[in-house]
Design a protein around this ligand. Structure first.
Ligand SMILES: CC(C)(COP(=O)(O)OP(=O)(O)OC[C@H]1O[C@@H](n2cnc3c(N)ncnc32)[C@H](O)[C@@H]1OP(=O)(O)O)[C@@H](O)C(=O)NCCC(=O)NCCS
Length: 210
């Protein structure tokens, strides 16, 4: 998708919500962003319900993982930046994209805890869901989360993801065997229920900035 220049600030962004900007991760920025990702994924509060975070990750490992993920044509990963302060707050994207069968997995991590519970996760999920259907033509976007993760549950339901099933005792974490929950959203339901809402909320404003 074409990058769009915001006339008022001159800033370039890829996808923009009301509070968050989703930008590509440039090669030159990998060391800096890997440092942030290392910080976030070494934080046991951030990763409390995640598969990741059980092993400490140094900057070099975080950079190698990030480069590997960015280089794969099967992933599209965005840095999430707070629109107001320009602070990077996390990352999110579509992983394991398969354009032949037209599906991908959505993943998100907001690593700056001060930004939790303020609508950023919802907005990022909406933007990437729109992007997955409208810009790269997916038919199905799915995701998984640990069953006790109420904030994730609420966020995905709010955006229109629907429960599909439970993997029993899918991960051992916090001295507990957790089930994991699979949710997905389908193209036909997205266009019926959400597409127009998202276009009006996020994309109409591009027209006035052209
Ligand atoms: C999970 C995550 C993406 C949610 O994003 P967020 O910005 O914190 O969530 P939002 O502010 O958009 O809130 C979404 C909903 O959850 C609700 N919520 C917030 N905190 C909650 C909590 N502790 N328990 C239950 N619901 C909660 C909000 O009220 C909101 O619903 P509402 O608008 O109907 O009131 C984010 O917290 C995160 O990245 N956490 C760390 C990494 C992670 O867990 N990633 C997800 C892996 S599956």
């Amino acid at each position: 998708m074409k990058k769009i220049k915001n006339k008022s600030s001159g800033q370039i962004y890829f996808l923009k919500g009301n509070n968050v900007i989703l930008d590509p991760i440039e090669d030159k920025d990998v060391p800096k962003i890997a440092g942030l990702i290392g910080k976030w994924t070494n934080d046991p509060v951030v990763t409390y319900y995640l598969f990741t975070g059980q092993r400490p990750k140094n900057k070099k490992q975080a950079a190698a993982n990030l480069r590997r993920d960015l280089e794969s044509e099967n992933n599209i990963i965005f840095l999430a930046v707070d629109k107001k302060t320009k602070k990077p707050i996390g990352y999110a994207g579509l992983y394991d994209i398969n354009l032949i069968v037209r599906k991908a997995e959505f993943r998100i991590l907001i690593g700056e805890k001060d930004f939790w519970g303020k609508g950023y996760g919802t907005e990022i999920t909406e933007l990437i869901t729109f992007y997955g259907f409208d810009r790269i033509g997916l038919n199905r976007i799915y995701l998984g989360y640990t069953s006790a993760h109420d904030r994730a549950d609420k966020t995905y339901k709010k955006v229109g993801y629907v429960y599909e099933g439970t993997r029993r005792e899918d991960l051992y974490r916090n001295s507990t065997y957790y089930d994991s929950v699979i949710m997905a959203i389908l193209r036909k339901d997205y266009y019926k229920n959400l597409y127009h809402l998202h276009v009006n909320k996020f994309f109409k404003k591009y027209e006035s900035e052209k």
